[in-house]
Design a protein around this ligand. Structure first.
Ligand code: ADP
Length: 261
């Protein structure tokens, strides 16, 4: 009888605590969901007026009066720089807000990653050339992978842009792609290596956090918001992969990404 009573008691108390915790949690979950929706809506709404401001600045820059007046020209070019930064920030915030709201699996397909990487390298060559940085791509002639094309493209851009941004002039950035077998798993391995300022060991975990920047004043000067690597981590996570960084401070960084195939 004692055993039966104990069983009934634990059964009833389990259900009571389960429903109580659910009731207590629901306002928290609701407010969290509302906050996520708000972030996504706000970022989305901000995009349109910012794009309108940017096209107005572009139109003003074409005016003869402005072109002839050095002061107006410099004010407009500052405005343009800041508006572009804001558009980038709002875009990144929207990506992260959507990533929070997304519970579904990523849409994947088979595609040639070599081609994608070549395009990314090619379009970043302009900013690399400004600092006389050479981007070297090393990859098999064909590299068919299984993943989300747009997200992996974004991942390459984030890592390569950072490698260029945090490197001095006349250096090299290496992008190495390969398929490897580790234990029983086939992995796509992406390596981005630079000869830049490096990241201190104690900061290597934190750089993947939202809005984290190792040196705030320098990063601000370089136009960063601290969201790129948070997006990169989300992309890798959404593919069931890993991202890590190594390297010595002052001697460059190596980002390694492994994505199961
Ligand atoms: P940001 O927009 O500031 O570049 P990220 O999230 O992309 O934001 O990077 C976070 C921080 O990590 C940067 O502010 C920078 O301090 C550091 N970081 C990222 N990539 C590199 C790199 N290749 N070399 C040195 N530091 C880096």
């Amino acid at each position: 009888i004692f055993a039966i009573l104990l069983f009934v008691f634990s059964f009833v108390s389990f259900f009571i605590s389960y429903f109580m915790s659910k009731r207590a949690m629901s306002p928290i979950i609701r407010s969290y969901m509302k906050q996520r929706e708000f972030a996504a809506d706000a970022s989305h709404e901000l995009r349109t007026p910012l794009s309108v401001i940017l096209s107005s600045i572009n139109a003003l820059e074409m005016e003869k009066q402005v072109q002839e007046d050095e002061f107006s020209h410099s004010v407009l070019s500052n405005m343009k720089y800041e508006v572009k930064r804001m558009i980038k920030l709002v875009g990144d915030l929207l990506t992260l807000a959507r990533s929070d709201a997304e519970n579904t699996e990523v849409r994947k397909e088979v595609f040639d990653f070599h081609q994608l990487a070549e395009k990314a390298v090619h379009s970043l060559e302009t900013i690399a050339d400004e600092k006389r940085i050479t981007i070297r791509l090393s990859t098999p002639a064909q590299l068919f992978v299984y993943g989300n094309r747009e997200r992996l493209d974004q991942l390459l851009y984030i890592l390569l842009e950072n490698a260029i941004k945090y490197s001095p002039e006349n250096t090299e950035v290496n992008l190495e792609l390969s398929l490897k077998k580790e234990e029983k798993n086939k992995l796509l391995v992406i390596l981005v290596e630079d000869q830049g300022i490096g990241i201190k060991p104690e900061e290597r975990e934190r750089i993947f956090e939202r809005f984290y920047r190792t040196d705030k004043s320098r990063s601000k000067q370089l136009g960063g918001h601290g969201l790129g690597l948070a997006i990169a981590k989300w992309i890798v996570d959404s593919h069931g992969g890993w991202i890590q960084v190594a390297g010595k401070s002052g001697k460059g960084s190596v980002f390694t990404i492994k994505i199961p195939q």
